[in-house]
Design a protein around this ligand. Structure first.
Ligand code: ASP
Ligand code: MG
Length: 444
């Protein structure tokens, strides 16, 4: 964007102004001090001559506290009212942030999701953004103001109600704003330096990646990496938004998430790294395993089982079916699903036991899932052999395996997961020379 700019009334120059969207997570605005620190960072960006639009999360654990409060007044809070409640968390932080910026002598205006034109579907608690009409934001920018938008929320045109986008939804707010305003970059600030080759709390030798492809990031996020939310990365890939994940607590370059055909801005390139085969290792302790024992090995049984599970609302991840025992004509089917879905799925299956005809159900919530992700897997062989060899040397037993084009996942004992991640990280040559800095935070 070319903008006229007048440093003094008689000098008028034109220069390139970047529009930068910045998103600050809850840990970055946890208290008054942090809000002031973030305000300073925003003002510095403005001082450098850029237009700034900020999406902000609720302070610290506000959203959890509000959820907890709702649970105390109603066992199942009405979804509409829950969204009213939860969206207020971001209104607190946006107003405080705007005030902090004012007191530094800069013009800032805060907007709720609806004021910002975040139009969503009507699904309370998990609304999707369908349109962004940032008319008021443009006006504010044109008038020279810094724009602050409440993350995680929107508005549905049919119901005319406030919606929220699901946990972690402020990332999506930021990316959607960046797309609608054609921003040069969407900077996502948290308390970690960027995207790492593994969770540094699990693998101390994890390295920060300078660049990661959007498709790798999606696989990492889907398999346990928590720095960026899947929906935000998907949205960015679809709308060609350049994401820069970086830390509020340092000024260093973080990680650029590149969609097809995108590149890192000049001057931010860092040392050239050879394109690695494996981008990173993700760990997930949030899954449970259910085994359906003694399933009649006849056509249609898997369909019956997974129809019941789908109806229960559970989101199945890996599935393994054993070879059936010749003597019995029966087989076992194991699958993994989020721990939080397990109870409902078990209940649904038990209810249909006689119809389906299986013998028993076994529930195991002590599992860990390890995933290795890398676009280089498409063109290199032996990637899975390295994984299995590393686990075997460490004496770690593999219980399930699944693969996609650019990912290999294994299920191991939950207690073995951290060790497994460390040996696999080493085996792929991902270890850094120095221990990663962890700012004692939540990664959000
Ligand atoms: N405050 C919301 C949450 O905690 C949204 C966000 O932080 O992105 O999930
Ligand atoms: Mg939060």
């Amino acid at each position: 964007m070319r903008h006229p700019f007048s440093p003094t009334p008689d000098i008028r120059v034109e220069f390139d102004v970047a529009l930068i969207v910045q998103k600050y997570g809850g840990s970055s605005v946890a208290d008054a001090e942090s809000i002031k620190r973030v305000a300073k960072r925003i003002v510095d960006t403005r001082r450098a001559g850029h237009d700034v639009v900020v999406a902000v999360s609720a302070m610290g654990d506000t959203t959890d506290e509000l959820l907890d409060l709702a649970g105390q007044v109603a066992p199942i809070p009405a979804p509409r009212e829950l969204d009213m409640l939860l969206s207020s968390g971001e209104r607190i932080s946006m107003a405080l942030l705007a005030m902090a910026i004012h007191s530094m002598g800069f013009e800032a205006r805060s907007f709720t999701g609806s004021q910002a034109g975040m139009i969503t579907t009507a699904d309370h608690g998990s609304a999707r953004i369908v349109d962004v009409t940032p008319i008021r934001l443009r006006e504010a920018l044109d008038e020279g103001a810094i724009v602050i938008v409440a993350g995680f929320q929107g508005f549905n045109r049919d119901t005319r109600d406030i919606t929220t986008l699901g946990r972690g939804g402020s990332d999506t707010t930021a990316v959607a704003l960046a797309a609608a305003l054609e921003a040069d970059v969407c900077e996502i600030y948290s308390d970690v330096d960027g995207i790492f080759t593994a969770d540094p709390r699990v693998v101390p030798k994890a390295k920060k990646l300078n660049v990661v492809s959007a498709e790798e990031m999606l696989e990492l996020a889907a398999n346990g990496a928590k720095v960026l939310y899947i929906r935000a990365v998907e949205y960015a890939r679809r709308h060609r938004v350049l994401i820069h994940a970086r830390s509020t607590f340092s000024s260093g370059v973080g990680t650029y998430v590149l969609g097809p055909g995108m590149s890192v801005p000049e001057g931010e390139k860092g040392e050239e790294m050879e394109e690695p085969i494996v981008a990173g290792v993700a760990t997930d302790l949030g899954q449970a395993k259910i085994t359906v024992i003694g399933v009649p090995d006849v056509p249609g049984k898997a369909a019956e089982i997974f129809k019941v599970i789908a109806k229960s609302g559970a989101n199945v991840d890996m599935i393994v079916q054993n070879v059936s025992a010749a003597a019995t004509g029966r087989t076992d089917i194991s699958f993994t699903l989020p721990k939080t879905d397990a109870a409902t799925a078990l209940k649904a299956l038990a209810g249909d036991q006689s119809d389906i005809g299986f013998e028993n159900l076994v529930h195991d919530d002590q599992i860990g899932k390890l995933s290795v992700v890398g676009a280089g897997m498409r063109t290199h062989s032996g990637v899975s052999a390295t994984l299995f060899e590393a686990l075997s040397v460490a004496g770690i037993n593999i219980e399930m395996i699944s693969t996609s084009e650019i990912r290999i996942s294994v299920v191991v004992r939950g207690d073995d997961l951290a060790e497994a991640a460390r040996v696999v990280h080493t085996a792929y040559g991902l270890d850094g020379d120095i221990e990663a800095t962890v700012y004692a935070g939540t990664g959000r």
